[in-house]
Each structure stands twice: as C-alpha cells, then as structure tokens.
Design a protein. Structure first.
Length: 552
C-alpha cells in the first residue's frame, strides 16, 4: 500500500494551493439562478436579472451546477461552496493519479498534479469548470483502465456522464472530443494490447454516437447544441475578437503579460517535454494521447482559461510517457543500489521543487483577514448594504464583475445593467459598454435611454472605470453619495438621498481612511493595499493633498 502514499499527499497539496477566499464574481449569478429555479420550480429560458436586453433569451446550460451550488449554499453558506471546490480538486487529483497504477506512474502523476495545480491555482474558480474537471478526469480514468483490462461495460458510463456534463457547462463538447480521440485510436489500431482485449469497434462506435446524441438531453434541445459554438467563437484568438481583447480569462496565451506570463512559460515548457517524450516513445506512441495533447494545447493557446484543462490532460499522458521511455527501460536494468539512489534523488528533487510553492502560497493566505470567505475589493459589499438601507428609485449602471453580486443581493427589487453572462448579449452591446467606460461623454445618452439614476463602479484592481468615475465626480448632474475607498456609488442629483461626499475635504478623507483601517485592522497588508487604492483614485481625481492624507 506504500505505493499509494503519493496520492493523499498530492491531494492535500493541491487543496492547499487552491485554498483562498472566493474571487470569482460569477458565482453569485449562478446562485441567483439556482434560487430562481427552486422558488419558481422551472428552468430559466429568459433572463430575469437585467433590464437592458431587448430579447432576453437565455440558454442556461449551467442549470445543474447552479442547483448544486445553491443547495450547498443553503446547507452551509459560502463556506460550503468553497469546500465544494476543494473537494473537487482533491477528487480530480486522486482520479488522475489512479489512471495508471504502477509505482513509478503514481509518483510522477502525484508530483505533476500537485505542481500543476499550484501553477493553475488562480484558474480553479467556483464555476462550472469544476464539473468539467471531474468529467475530464473520469473520462481519462475510464478509457485508460478499460484499455488496461477493465470490463468494457464500464464505458457505458460515458453516456450518463456526458448528460451530466452537458447540463452543467456549455463547453461540454470537450467530452465528445475526448471520447472521439480514443475512438480514433481504436479504429486506427489493433484490437489487442498485450493480453488485454480492447473494446469491440462496434461497441465503441455505439458508445461514441450515443454520447453525441446525449448532448440533446437538456431542457434546451437543439438550442443547447448551438451555445458551445458561440462560446468557442468568443475565445478564438484574433485581433478583431473583442472578448479576447477585453476579458482577462479569454486573453490568448501568447498575449499574456505580468504575473500571468508565467502560464506561457509552463505551458510551452510542458509542451516541449511531452513532444520529446513522444519522440522517445515513437514505437509505442498512442494516437489518443497525441490527439488529446494537440487539442488541449490548442485550447490553452487560444485562451488562458483553458490552461487548467490542458494541465489535467497532460498529467496522465506524461506519467505514461515518462515511465515507458527508453531512458526508463535503461534505468530498469541498473543495479538495485543505483535505482534506489536515483529514486531517492528524484523524490528529494520533487520535495525541493514543491517547498517554494508551499511557502509562497502560505504567505499569500496569511495576508487575508482571518475567517473571511470573500476576497477583498472584488465585491460591492458596502455599497450593497448602503443601497438596501437607502433605496434609490430608477435603474443602475454597474461594473460587469459587480453584476453577479448585485443580482444575488438586490434582485428582484433591482435589476442590473450588465453582468458576467456576456454570452446572452451581442458583441455590439459589449463594444458600446466598453466605449462608455473609455469615453464618458457617451454616458448621458445611455443614462437617458434607460433612466439610470445610480452608478456603481470599482476603482480597485481594475482601472477601466477611472475615466467614468472622474467624469461623474465632476458632473453637475451627479454626486458621489458613498465610497469605501475601493468602490464608488454615484446618484443622480434629482434622486439624492444624502449630501454629496466632497473628496477635497480633509475631514471626509480622514473619516474614509479611518473606516478602511477599522475594516482591515486584522490584515495589515490588505489595509495598506486598500489605502493605496483609495489614494490612487484621489490622485486620478486630482485631489492630491487629500491623497496624501489618505495614506498618512
């Protein structure tokens, strides 16, 4: 049983690396959708949450995931949702490690899973991608184990698994591609692998076709089949794709900068390694492995969000290649003492490689306030509390990332201008929205058209809205009614609830600064970050003296 020791160690490390407060803002519109389905007991075919859609059709293929997370929320709140993410990470690691079960393959799979989950930790979000991770790992486990001697009847599980996947995330055709890769391998290869008979071609073909047909088993029928093509089109890396240019998770791999440039290094590095291993194993090359590697590598290059999926696929592929390469055969002919020395050296090297990620992530986790579930600066918590206590008639204009949280907290009393469900909107709408943020002189036309009376925008983390914040602050028709230093609420003058906040007033700046220090008293680094965001916003608004007082 000692050979299975790497599995719990790998799972524990991956869980640790992916543990941090909730950063994904979309989880809240998923929760709101789950709540709507439970309350009204029907699927959602139209969008109930926003007021800017002329034709509010919504193909909500995430409905099953939404019911799952809403059920978890009702049982244990946001902590249960965070725990669900960590459980999925542990499960995926365990399944990936068990795809191949020789001692060497277990150690290689475990090390890769722990290391690559560290590299992709900020891509593991509380989203339907969790379901995709589970389904991908189970497909790899099923096909490789049936190929290795399991009863072929196990492959019938692909059909219910594909139905589950199809009703949880719009990128479910990935599952069909994975089944197809193994089908091509079977159709192009022999019928036996050593002493283990492979599934009959007719059986595998039937499973493949039925899995394709199972994609129709959704509340949306044929309409559900068109959604994935729309989604894949929006991550196509070309210069005219407004989504690749303006949505961080859709940025092509080669266009990444700053911290995220690290994804490019690890993807290209692993791709070169896998290619070398293919060359070393050219006599035993697997068609399915080549197709999976090429397909998911292409997805990783098209958008950074797909790097995580690429990592999941290459873990068992590298484990298979590295232990079957000619170099591995040479090692097997060495003396027992030499092999033990090399094994010890490999384990020690693996520990050394993982020590720094453990220390770095521990340092990051310790900067967060104790027991806080939501990541700082990503959710308009204070503004939402203010608006609940001081309701403003009329419609709101809001940041896309804030949309989900505002839906969860304020619907049905309020609807949002926009949220993360850009798939239900046209490219023209998104382009016009971005134009308003960059050219605030366009805002009065939108305000008049939709009767906008309140604007909720962030100044922290993302600087896209600073132009509009400055324009509203200086406008004679709007006033700043509330700010916590990292987000701003502007209200139209005729709907004024309280006096305007004057950021040129030292007393006002001092009060906001003290409020920030009080809120983050148990997290000094976060407090300094919050004061820095506030100071930067004040400088942009050209109240430099006030900015200095915010810091000191």
């Amino acid at each position: 049983m000692l050979k299975y020791l790497p599995i719990p160690l790998c799972a524990a490390l991956a869980v640790f690396f992916t543990y941090f407060p909730i950063t994904d803002t979309d989880i809240f519109w998923h929760l709101a959708a789950g709540r709507e389905m439970v309350i009204h007991r029907h699927f959602l075919f139209t969008d109930p949450f926003s007021f800017t859609l002329a034709s509010p059709q919504w193909i909500d293929l995430h409905w099953l995931f939404q019911l799952i997370v809403y059920g978890l929320f009702m049982l244990g709140g946001l902590k249960a949702i965070l725990a669900f993410k960590l459980f999925v990470v542990a499960l995926v690691c365990i399944v990936l490690c068990l795809v191949f079960r020789s001692a060497k393959q277990l150690w290689v799979s475990a090390f890769l899973a722990a290391y690559l989950f560290y590299q992709a930790r900020y891509l593991v979000l509380d989203r339907p991608v969790l379901i995709t991770m589970v389904c991908m790992s189970l497909y790899l486990f099923l096909f490789e184990n049936v190929r290795g001697g399991w009863k072929r009847q196990w492959l019938w599980l692909c059909i219910p698994l594909q139905i589950f996947w199809t009703n949880s995330q719009g990128l479910y055709p990935i599952g069909i591609f994975m089944i197809g890769a193994y089908w091509v391998e079977l159709m192009a290869g022999a019928t036996k692998r050593g002493s283990h008979p492979l599934p009959p071609r007719k059986l595998f073909t039937a499973i493949f076709l039925l899995s394709c047909l199972s994609c129709l088993a959704t509340p949306y029928g044929l309409s559900g089949l068109t959604l994935p093509f729309k989604l894949f089109g929006r991550i196509a890396p070309h210069s005219q794709n407004i989504y690749s240019l303006n949505i961080s998770e859709n940025v092509p791999l080669l266009s990444l900068a700053g911290f995220e440039a690290g994804y490019r290094v690890i993807v290209i590095g692993t791709a070169i390694f896998v290619s070398v291993m293919f060359a070393l194993n050219r006599r035993r090359i697997r068609v399915a492995h080549v197709l999976l590697f090429a397909g998911f590598l292409s997805l990783a290059f098209s958008a950074v969000r797909n790097v995580l999926l690429y990592f999941i696929v290459i873990i068992p592929i590298i484990a298979s290649l590295a232990t079957n390469a000619d170099v591995a055969l040479r090692i097997s002919r060495m003396s027992v003492v030499t092999k033990r020395f090399l094994a010890g050296a490999a384990v020690l090297a693996g520990i050394v490689v993982l020590v720094k990620p453990v220390m770095d992530h521990a340092a990051v986790v310790m900067t967060y306030p104790p027991h806080r579930i939501l990541s700082p600066f990503r959710f308009p918590e204070k503004i939402t509390e203010y608006l609940k206590a001081n309701p403003v008639p009329g419609e709101m204009f809001n940041d896309i990332r804030y949309g989900g949280y505002l839906i969860w907290e304020m619907y049905p009393q309020k609807k949002v201008f926009v949220d993360g469900r850009l798939v239900i909107r046209s490219a023209q709408f998104f382009e016009e929205y971005l134009a308003i943020c960059e050219q605030p002189d366009l805002f009065p036309y939108v305000s008049k058209k939709f009767n906008i009376t309140q604007v909720i925008l962030p100044s922290a983390i993302f600087d896209r809205y600073l132009n509009l914040i400055k324009w509203l602050y200086n406008s004679s028709e709007w006033h700043l009614e509330f700010t916590d230093g990292s987000s701003f609420l502007f209200v139209r003058n005729d709907e004024r609830q309280k006096p305007s906040i004057l950021l040129s007033d030292p007393a006002t700046i001092s009060a906001i600064s003290n409020s920030i220090r009080s809120e983050w008293h148990d997290a000094p680094e976060v407090c300094q970050e919050a004061l820095g965001y506030f100071s930067d916003a004040l400088r942009y608004l050209r109240v430099a003296k006030s900015a200095e007082s915010a810091i000191h």
